[in-house]
Design a protein around this ligand. Sequence first.
Ligand SMILES: *Cc1c(COP(=O)(O)O)cnc(C)c1O
Length: 404
Amino acid sequence: MSGRPAALTGEPLFADSVPVTRPTIEIGDELFGTFRTILESGMITNSEQVRAFEEEAAAYLGVGDVVAVSSCTAGLMLVLRCLSVSGEAIMPSFTFMATGHAAVWNGLVPVLADCDPGGYDLDPAAAEGVTGPGTGVIIATHIFGVPCDADALDATAARHGVPIVYDAAHGFGSTYPDGRAVGCRGQAEVFSLSPTKPLTAGEGGLIGTDDPELARELRIARVYGNAGDYDSLYAGLSARMGELNAVMGRANLAELRERLDRRKRLVARYEGALGELPGIDFQRIPPGAESTYKDFTIRVDPDAFGMARDRLKDLLALENIMTRCYFNPPLHRQGAFVTAVRERGPLDNTERLAARLLTLPLYTSMEFETVDRICEAIGRIHRHRDEVHARLGLERETVDGLHH
Ligand SMILES: *Cc1c(COP(=O)(O)O)cnc(C)c1O
């Protein structure tokens, strides 16, 4: 190891590319044995395994009902449909596109509000500022697994007499400051089980709710709105969970606590090493709360770090370290939303996060040594930043590509 960045030596720190994430899946004979039994039984969708998965998930979360669906996006679409909301949907601009799509598919108009600069979640004051007579629902996302300020957001929703739904795609296993699991707040919380999420079933979604009537409707809505007599009650979806997915979800749920603990220790290792560099800080977690660390993200202050996020990303790629810039562009600058949304109020924090956040590799099977070497790569890029900029013929950057 030369101690100098690959941009100067041509020698990457990693011979093989380090992925930004890898799905954590239990692969064992038992799993394949169960797959065989299910395939032989002919009951391959929405049957005993799905029921068992729903019950185990509800017990884990301490929530009245869990309804399994084919994806988080479908789950959000169905929840909004079953709540019969109309008008405007207040939501953060700093979220995944599916939060907005679920609203648009229900004929709702997304109204985008700014996020908290420390925890990155929907800012309750900003949400309050845009909630009014036209509001039909509030949708908030637990970004990267950090729970929203549900006390403040629920209070806003109650004050205006509108339902609130949480996009909990990142949050299966996160807890609120009072120790309760994410999944038990609002009218419903919707989890994703797609491969990049800390709990995966291959694909799928889970809806947590303490409203038994809503749960009953969702179970009908996920099968076309057909309660069994083929006289459909609502325009439902085909959004069942397959039995094989439920088997994978159950196997992974059984290991979840240990895996989340490992992710937490990997993040602590990252923060210990990177916290010493100027201009890098981390997502804030409310005291007492726990995050799944669906992603580990650093915020790069270009002035203090001496380099902008995009340059750091490119230089890490030369070291064979893959990274991502999550929710850039944010909703209000995406093609699908430019004409579909109403913007009210500033989105300055959203723009700053979109320009400055960098998601580093994190997966449960990752070695601590890999974390150490990624930190070393960032350290050596920082130490040699002037030389790198000179070599690349670039001005030293103290600003980033902020949109105004
Ligand atoms: C992944 C994700 C979704 C969509 O999940 P699917 O299960 O793929 O539909 C929705 N919201 C957020 C915030 C996500 O990250």
